[in-house]
Design a protein around this ligand. Structure first.
Ligand SMILES: *Cc1c(COP(=O)(O)O)cnc(C)c1O
Length: 391
């Protein structure tokens, strides 16, 4: 059986209009919302089975039929994905709940799960002829773009807040990217990046502003199911910034059900944000479809410092359809939980990973997480580059 991508078209997440997947697209030209990739899942079901995955490479390309890249030549790889799912026995004793698993995304190339999204987005942009790529980032996405652009030989332009910790800047420079430092937040970086896009003919790979970062991130959902023997946990706690990972996993679960790989039961998904920047939490509890921009966003968890997310309605939909919830925790609890996670698991977590533990402790106390329910915490990055936090 030839191995090929079963992508059929792109579809707007809001208005549902369809687009040709063999051209470069950013947002829906009609309504300005994110486009999502759709696949011939009946065809994919004939071509691939869970059994057939067993002998494949331990990277996200093991799910290549469900990814958008058509030609082998453009599948860039630095060993991204297929990260361990670790049972946290000592942490379980500490917090009085079991079972708890950590999905350790800090082991990805460039130290965060941003590698998944950018691996697939850069590969596909490369295949479709882009030459120069541009991204606003709190740090991790910039490093990931720099890495895959270096591998492909494409130009990378990264726009980061000027207060980003130095190790992120250093890494981007070593990987050959053009670094632009902006006084302000990620939204200001986005504005600066946009101003240069047309002028220099660059392709924008911002979160959810092109359709394929989410395809890379959805592989976290496929992996969870595969690693748990084609079952899903009761609860997933996810540190939410732009929301690609959360929306991506929700998409993966729907695809896997249509592929016949899992049943209809879904994990309850939890968005965790910092009290200093919690637009999704606020909108969720107010019953809104869209989130309002958060004024004066401030948190030690840089990946969560996203005052406005273009995919807000998709995140909120995913939470509501999965009977999930949204929790805001103060930075003091995030930091405490980051250390607790570290000393009980041997993983040096990013503060965003620590935030998931802080939320877990709160939800357990509130009785939302019940006795014996399986919980997966996403440690989305390695803590090493957050240099200011540990000094
Ligand atoms: C970007 C980032 C997040 C937020 O991820 P989204 O999928 O965009 O919500 C969380 N943690 C870390 C470490 C990040 O770099």
């Amino acid at each position: 059986m030839p191995e090929k991508s079963f992508i059929t078209h792109l579809e707007c997440g809001l208005c549902g209009r369809k687009y040709d997947p063999n051209k470069l697209w950013n947002l829906c030209p009609e309504c300005g919302k994110p486009l999502l990739a759709r696949y011939d899942l009946d065809g994919a079901r004939q071509a691939l089975s869970p059994k057939g995955l067993e002998s494949r490479e331990p990277t996200l390309w093991r799910y290549r039929e469900l990814l958008p890249v058509r030609d082998e030549t453009f599948k860039l790889s630095l060993g991204e994905g297929y990260t361990p799912l670790i049972r946290a026995f000592r942490l379980e004793k500490e917090i009085g709940h079991s079972p708890v698993f950590i999905k350790d995304e800090g082991l990805n190339p460039t130290g965060s799960f941003k590698a998944r999204g950018l691996c697939v987005a850069v590969s596909r942009a490369y295949e479709l002829g882009a030459k120069a790529l541009s991204i606003p980032s709190a740090g991790n996405a910039a490093c990931a773009l720099s890495a895959y652009a270096a591998l492909a030989g494409l130009e990378a332009h990264v726009y980061m807040p000027s207060d980003v910790p130095k190790p992120f800047i250093n890494e981007c420079r070593v990987l050959g990217a053009q670094v632009h430092l902006i006084d302000g937040l990620i939204t200001d970086c986005g504005r600066a990046a946009r101003a240069d896009l047309e002028k220099y003919g660059r392709f924008d790979v911002s979160t959810l502003k092109e359709p394929y970062r989410i395809e890379g991130k959805k592989t976290m959902g496929y992996e969870l199911a595969e690693q748990l023997g084609w079952a899903l946990p009761d609860v997933i706690i996810y540190p939410t910034g732009g929301g690609t990972g959360l929306v991506g996993m929700w998409k993966a679960f729907d695809e896997m059900e249509k592929l016949g790989w899992i049943g209809s039961k879904r994990p309850r998904m939890v968005t965790v944000q910092s009290e200093g920047c919690a637009p999704i939490v606020k909108a969720f509890h107010e019953g809104k479809e869209f989130a309002e921009p958060w004024p004066n966003a401030k948190t030690i968890a840089d990946g969560l410092r996203v005052p406005a997310a273009i995919g807000d309605f998709l995140i909120l939909r995913a939470l509501r359809e999965n009977r999930g919830t949204a929790v805001a925790v103060p930075d003091s609890e995030i930091l405490q939980a980051t250390y607790l996670l570290g000393k009980t698991t041997g993983i040096w977590p990013a503060p965003e990973g620590g935030a998931t533990l802080a939320a877990c402790i709160r939800l357990k106390k509130a009785g939302w997480v019940k006795e014996n329910e399986s919980v997966v915490l996403f440690n989305t990055g390695n803590g090493a580059k957050y240099s200011r936090l540990w000094d």
